[in-house]
Design a protein around this ligand. Structure first.
Ligand code: SF4
Ligand code: SF4
Length: 342
C-alpha cells in the first residue's frame, strides 16, 4: 500500500465514508439514466521516457506511439463538462504526459471549464522543459510525482533512465516554486517513492535531505510503495529489486462493492474508450474493458452501456472480469478522494 500517515480514527472514518460513497454512487448508477463517471481519465500520450521495472507500459503493443488527438480531447472534455462531470485524471496506466509539447494548452483548456479536481502523475524528469509557475497555475489541483529512493544507482535501476541529476533539479525547483507561489491552482504535491525500502529509509538519503526535505510543508505529502501489482502477470518478482514485492493479487476477499475504477472512463490516444483504464493486457487483448470509440458515441452513452452495467453487477455477484481478478488496484472508493470529501 501507498503509505499515508493517518490516525486509526481517520482510517476508520475513511473506510466508512468510502463504503457509503460507493453505495450512493452505484445506487444512482442503477436507479437513474445517464449517470456521469466519477472521473474522466485522459491518456494524453501512450509512451514514456522511462522503463520502470515495476511497469509494463513499454511492453504494451499499441498500433503507434501517439498523443491524444485534439478532436478526441476536446470532445471528451466538453461532453464531460456538459454532463456536469467534476473530476479529471491526466494519467491512465501509462505514458509521461510532459512528453506532450501541447500539455499546457490542454491543461489551460481544462482550467477554463472549471473542473473541481484535476490531477496527474508524472515522473518529473521533463518538468524543466516548462515554466514551473505555469504548471502550478495550469488548472491542475494535485500533482503526484513518481520517483525511486534518491540514490542515483537505485533510481537508475528502478526507473531505467539517465535523468537522475535533472530529476533532482526539477524536484527542488518544483517544490521551492510551489512554496513561494501565491497564484497557483495546484494545492497539493505528492512525492511517491516506488521503493526497495521503507519510507523511513527513503527520508534519510543525502539527496532527499538536500533536494526535498527543506521544502516539505503540510501541502507536500511524502509516501512510499514497496508492493507492486503484477500488471496482469507481466511483472514478476525477479524483475524487481530486493525489498520490492509483487502484491498478492488474490481477489477472493473482494467485497461486493463495485470497484471505484468501474466509475472511471478512459479516453485513449486512439479514441478508444474504456472503463477503468488501470489495467491492460499485453498485445491489445484488452477488450473486456473496451466500450467503443469516442467518434461514435458520447462518453455518457458509453458509461451507461451494458458493458459497464454488467461489470458492476459482476462485482456485486463476486464474479469479476478476468482482469479484475488479477488486479491489486481494487478499491471501494478513491482513497484520497474520500479524504478530500470527508
Ligand atoms: S514513469 Fe510511469 S509510465 Fe513511465 S515506465 Fe515508469 S511507471 Fe511506467
Ligand atoms: S479491480 Fe482493477 S481492473 Fe478491475 S476495475 Fe478495479 S482497478 Fe480496474
Amino acid at each position: 500500500m501507498f503509505i499515508k500517515e493517518l490516525s486509526i480514527k481517520e482510517r476508520f472514518l475513511n473506510k466508512l465514508y468510502r463504503g457509503y460513497k460507493n453505495i450512493e454512487m452505484n445506487s444512482k448508477y442503477f436507479l437513474y439514466k445517464n449517470q456521469v463517471p466519477l472521473f474522466l481519465r485522459l491518456e494524453m500520450v501512450n509512451v514514456c521516457n522511462s522503463k520502470c521495472i515495476f511497469c509494463s507500459s513499454h511492453l504494451i503493443k499499441d498500433p503507434v506511439p501517439a498523443f491524444l488527438k485534439d478532436d478526441y480531447f476536446y470532445k471528451a472534455v466538453d461532453e464531460f463538462k456538459g454532463a456536469k462531470g467534476r473530476n479529471i485524471s491526466l494519467n491512465s496506466i501509462r505514458g509521461e504526459m510532459f512528453i506532450d509539447p501541447k500539455i499546457l494548452d490542454r491543461l489551460r483548456y481544462i482550467k477554463n471549464l472549471d473542473f473541481e479536481f484535476v490531477f496527474c502523475y508524472t515522473n518529473g524528469t521533463l518538468l524543466h522543459k516548462f515554466d514551473i509557475n505555469e504548471i502550478l497555475n495550469s488548472g491542475l489541483t494535485e500533482m503526484h510525482i513518481s520517483i525511486a529512493p534518491l540514490i542515483e544507482e537505485i533510481y537508475t535501476k528502478i526507473y531505467v533512465n539517465k535523468k537522475y541529476k535533472q530529476l533532482l533539479e526539477n524536484l527542488r525547483n518544483l517544490l521551492k516554486t510551489f512554496n513561494e507561489s501565491r497564484e497557483k491552482t495546484v494545492k497539493k504535491i505528492w512525492i511517491e517513492f516506488r521503493s526497495d525500502r521503507p519510507l523511513s529509509e527513503c527520508l534519510l538519503t543525502p539527496d532527499y535531505l538536500e533536494y526535498i526535505s527543506p521544502y516539505v510543508t503540510n501541502d507536500i505529502i511524502i509516501g512510499a510503495l514497496t508492493k507492486f501489482d503484477s500488471m496482469n502477470g507481466t511483472i514478476k518478482e525477479e524483475d524487481l529489486l530486493p525489498g520490492m514485492e509483487i502484491e498478492n493479487d488474490e481477489t477472493s476477499n473482494m467485497s461486493f462493492f463495485p470497484c471505484a475504477n468501474s466509475s472511471s472512463i478512459v479516453i485513449k490516444p486512439t479514441g478508444d474508450v474504456k472503463i477503468c483504464g488501470c489495467r491492460y493486457l499485453i498485445e491489445g487483448h484488452d477488450d473486456e474493458f473496451l466500450l467503443g470509440h469516442i467518434k461514435n458515441n458520447t462518453i455518457i452513452e458509453l458509461y451507461n452501456s451494458d458493458i459497464v452495467r454488467k461489470m458492476k453487477i459482476k462485482f456485486i455477484l463476486n464474479g469479476q472480469l478476468g482482469l479484475c481478478r488479477k488486479c491489486t488496484g481494487y478499491g471501494v472508493y478513491p482513497f484520497q478522494f474520500a479524504q478530500r470529501l470527508s
